[in-house]
Design a protein around this ligand. Structure first.
Ligand SMILES: Nc1ncnc2c1ncn2[C@@H]1O[C@H](COP(=O)(O)OP(=O)(O)OP(=O)(O)O)[C@@H](O)[C@H]1O
Ligand SMILES: [Mg+2]
Length: 415
């Protein structure tokens, strides 16, 4: 069992490119941590530094209580599964699983016990006698995971292990890997895991906590729910969730007196009154030049019928097109000049009958669920320090430019 601690970790590649910028992160013993972010954000670089496959330029890495910066991969107690797992083609599955243990001189009885235990965990006892070419893609990937399990590592590292599988198999493997992790942990076996993916669905469904990266900088470390409900900035807000959160250029307008809270947000020429708590949340912030903000609203918070709760605001829009997803449809419309997406339950689709492209319709925006981000820095203006309470203090996910913890005296919103 092992926890993992990254302190001010940096990576400068030999060509001078700085790929990782001062990453601070604690992964708890037994935790399933996901690294997610767009291509090139340094997910693999970080993972390879943890594995010892890439040198660490700055900072300290600890596994358990040991600083391991200088240790070779073999002495770090880790096992890694890649996207391109190479099985030995001339060896049966059993021998593929046993190979590393044989090299390490593991006694035959223990080797056999470990191989069969891993095969049982992955429900592949019936595959032990096959050659890799006799396996499906998903089965071969299970063997690759099995090779990691037989090593009994302190930490499992996965780098996009499911990317080569088709969508259906990916979904099945996702569940299998998550269950495997919980099984290992529940039976007090080493289970600390870092799982790299660029797929936010994988991140949300598998991760106990998720570390969102961009350009080698941590944007936020939090539980899936906290990331979804309280994104630290517009980047995280747009990256987590499908379809994406609507992020629209907007302006805060009107105040409830000199230096007071804004009354509304103007989006695409439409004035949307702000709920009192949102307005109050902005009230103590330093002024925002021209009131310019980014307005964020998830597609499920935009509807075509008014909400019974009475917290929706009607806004005129024009239909662009719809995508039918079965139980719901994605409605694409223009709010003034700004494209927005709404998620509409299929049973409400009849309200759209007879409408074609360019026709007027009314959207109902659930303002109690809206987010406001700084137009320049992207920082969430409403999630003040401490709002992200579910994030343990140890998750030093340094949200860049995060809000000052003691808001300065308000000077009104307009420079
Ligand atoms: N050997 C290298 N020398 C110089 N730059 C490198 C090297 N390896 C990677 N990089 C750069 O470091 C950055 C991070 O790369 P990395 O492979 O870690 O990204 P990633 O998040 O894993 O991306 P992907 O999702 O595409 O796998 C990229 O800009 C990449 O071009
Ligand atoms: Mg990568």
């Amino acid at each position: 069992m092992a926890r993992l601690s990254l302190s001010k970790i940096e990576k400068v590649y030999p060509n001078g490119f700085k790929a990782v910028h001062g990453v601070d992160l604690e992964v708890k013993d037994g935790e399933f941590m996901v690294f997610v972010g767009p291509s090139g954000c340094a997910k693999s670089t970080l993972l390879r530094m943890i594995a010892g496959l890439e040198s660490i330029t700055g900072g300290e890495l600890r596994i358990g209580d040991r600083p391991v910066n200088a240790l070779p991969p073999k002495q770090r107690g880790i096992a890694m599964v890649f996207q391109n797992y190479a099985l030995y083609p001339h060896m049966k599955v059993y021998d593929n699983l046993a190979f590393g243990l044989k090299l390490a001189g593991t006694p035959k009885a223990e080797l056999d016990q470990r191989v069969r235990h891993a095969a049982a965990l992955l429900e592949m006892e019936h595959l032990l006698d096959r050659y890799p070419k006799q396996l499906s893609g998903g089965q071969a990937q299970r063997v690759a995971v099995g090779r990691a399990i037989v090593k009994k590592p302190d930490v499992f590292l996965f780098d996009e292990p499911l990317s080569n599988l088709d969508a259906k198999l990916r979904a099945a493997m996702r569940v299998r890997l998550t269950e495997l992790h919980r099984t290992l942990r529940d039976s007090h076996q080493p289970a600390t895991t870092i799982y790299v993916t660029h797929d936010q669905v994988e991140a949300m469904t598998m991760g106990e906590r998720i570390c969102v990266l961009k350009d080698g900088v941590i944007q936020q470390v939090d539980t899936p729910t906290a990331l979804y409900d309280r994104p630290a900035n517009a980047f995280v807000a747009g990256f987590i969730g499908s379809p994406e959160m609507n992020l629209l250029a907007a302006r805060l307008v009107g105040t409830d007196g000199i230096g007071g809270a804004p009354l509304a947000v103007e989006v695409g020429g439409v004035r949307l009154p702000l709920p009192a708590d949102k307005a109050a949340g902005l009230g103590g912030l330093p002024r925002i030049a021209d009131g310019a903000v980014t307005f964020g609203l998830r597609p499920e918070h935009i509807g075509i019928v008014a909400r019974a709760q009475g917290d929706s605001v009607a806004a005129p829009a024009r239909l662009r097109f719809t995508e039918h997803m079965g139980s719901e449809l994605y409605l694409h419309a223009d709010l003034g000049p700004l494209p927005v997406t709404a998620r509409v339950p299929a049973e409400q689709a009849s309200a759209l009958a007879g409408l074609s492209r360019g026709d007027a319709l009314t959207l109902h925006l659930q303002m109690s669920a809206c987010h406001l981000f700084d137009a320049t820095s992207g920082v969430n203006l409403l999630s003040h320090a401490g709002a992200s309470a579910s994030s343990p203090a140890s998750s030093t996910g340094s949200a860049p430019g995060s809000m000052p913890s003691s808001p300065r005296a308000s000077q009104g919103f307009f420079a």
